[in-house]
Design a protein around this ligand. Structure first.
Ligand SMILES: [Zn+2]
Length: 162
């Protein structure tokens, strides 16, 4: 019902007949849900990047660290991501910087103590463990693609969608 109404309004307002879905933003000023061809291509490219990462249960990493006599704090999300592609990993390492505002935040302080850093302004955390770059997200219950993975794709300067 809602969809029909929207469709109808769009048609009556447009002066010319438009074949393609127009580019637009949602209520959060995000293009993430835009159905136009350009955004759909970009979404596919971001998914391609993330799909190329190995997904590793955080508990495995924690146990591995314990076996090596280390305590490794892991971000909240129960899966960590390991980029396979060496050039992705190198580019992500170049974006790493100390986590801002970690002081006074117990979680962030322990993550920092375990060597986690922030990946640019993506909200993604990164650590090198056993010479492998691991990515983690200290959050849950929202869309990681829109809030983290698309910003990562942008920060890496990739243009696979063009
Ligand atoms: Zn669009």
């Amino acid at each position: 019902m809602t969809a029909n109404r929207t469709h109808h309004r769009r048609n009556t307002n447009s002066k010319t007949h438009v074949q393609e879905t127009p580019h637009g933003v949602d209520v959060f000023q995000s293009h993430w849900n835009c159905q136009c061809a350009r955004c759909a291509k970009k979404r596919a490219a971001v998914h391609r990047l993330v799909d190329s990462f190995s997904q590793i249960p955080a508990d495995w990493i924690r146990e591995l660290a314990e076996h090596q006599g280390e305590t490794l704090a892991i971000p909240m999300w129960g899966t960590v991501f390991a980029p396979h592609d060496g050039s992705d990993a190198a580019a992500i390492r170049r974006l790493c910087r100390p986590i801002a505002g970690a002081e006074g935040d117990a979680d962030m302080e322990s993550l920092t103590a375990s060597g986690w850093e922030a990946v640019a302004e993506t909200g993604i955390l990164a650590v090198t463990f056993d010479e492998v770059l691991l990515l983690g997200i200290h959050g849950a219950g929202y869309d990681f693609y829109a809030d983290h993975w698309e910003p990562l794709y942008n920060a890496l300067g990739y243009h696979w969608h063009r």
